[in-house]
Design a protein around this ligand. Structure first.
Ligand SMILES: [Zn+2]
Length: 135
């Protein structure tokens, strides 16, 4: 008997901040998005067979998004959250600084490879002093 994936995880609802750009007015806003965190159980449930065992060994904790759309805070239009952001592995989350991830997603969403112009310099002033163009 193959077990359903749900039997191998414990589920917990979670709200996470998300930054998305409205396709209509092009404004980027911060939204509270509902997710479910699936954490791998400590042990296999009763009734697990060999295939379940192999599957269980490869499982990683992950989050999947519950909300599909948000309502733009600026123009009030509902828009879909890009579907590539609907699943995140928890170990990936831990390895990435949150702000960098957001920055990247915004750039991908808007098709602009350049960082936002209002972004603060990443390096302390002593590393950038050489550049005479700085004011
Ligand atoms: Zn909008």
């Amino acid at each position: 008997m193959a077990l359903d994936e749900r039997a191998l995880f414990t589920e917990k609802p979670e709200t996470r901040p998300g930054r998305y750009q409205c396709p209509k007015c092009r404004r980027t806003g911060d939204y509270s998005i509902r997710w479910v965190r699936r954490s791998k159980k400590d042990r296999l449930p009763a009734g697990a067979d060999e295939r379940d065992r192999a599957k269980f060994a490869k499982l990683r904790d992950y989050l999947f998004r519950v909300d599909d759309e948000v309502t733009c805070k600026t123009c009030g239009k509902k828009f879909e959250i890009p579907s590539q952001h609907s699943l995140m592995f928890v170990d990936q989350l831990a390895g990435l600084p949150n702000e960098e991830e957001l920055e990247r997603e915004i750039n991908v969403a808007s098709g602009e490879p350049e960082p936002a112009p209002d972004r603060k310099p990443a390096l302390p002033a002593r590393f950038t002093r050489k550049s005479s163009g700085w004011k």
